[in-house]
Write a protein that binds this ligand. Structure first.
Ligand SMILES: [Zn+2]
Length: 157
């Protein structure tokens, strides 16, 4: 953000009492805090299998987890359930919050969940190129140290 959303004046950095530097409009005397958007990422398992997906357009060889933005007015829990329903058509139970992961370069706060399903049949949305079950015991095709990889590790503890 470069300009004041009330008056359009250029913002400048102001040092606050706690020492942090934030964007400030001197005309409106208003501080604009940089905030991150919440997004959910969900490790869905069925007994000893985990659901991995690849989005349309990915050029790297790795797979990932179901993820998506939390809509305005929506809880993160409902976003997790909705995203899984929309992307693969699976019904969840035992949804649990794991950890949150800030992605500063994208202004995203990823909220990691794990959940179980009793279903196996995947109804893949058009956003996904692939969606499939993988054995949890085997090596998973996740990018090392990625958020998806960290969420899967956390889900198995
Ligand atoms: Zn202003």
């Amino acid at each position: 953000m470069k300009y004041c959303s009330y008056c359009g004046q250029n913002l400048r950095l102001k040092t606050l009492l706690d020492g942090s530097k934030e964007k400030y409009c001197s005309k409106c005397d208003h501080v604009f805090f940089d905030t991150s958007s919440p997004a959910v990422i969900v490790a869905v398992t069925n007994t000893n299998r985990i659901l991995l997906t690849r989005s349309v357009g990915w050029v790297h060889p790795y797979w990932g987890l179901i993820a998506g933005h939390v809509k305005s007015g929506e809880s993160a829990e409902n976003a997790a359930i909705r995203e899984v329903q929309e992307e693969v058509g699976l019904e969840l139970f035992d949804l649990q919050l794991l950890k949150t992961y800030p992605l500063n370069n994208q202004n995203l706060l990823m909220i990691g969940f794990k959940a179980k399903t009793q279903q196996m049949h995947i109804e893949k949305s058009k956003e996904l190129k692939n969606a499939a079950w993988f054995q949890l015991s085997g090596p998973l095709p996740l990018r090392p140290n990625s958020i998806a990889s960290q969420v899967v590790d956390a889900s198995q503890k």
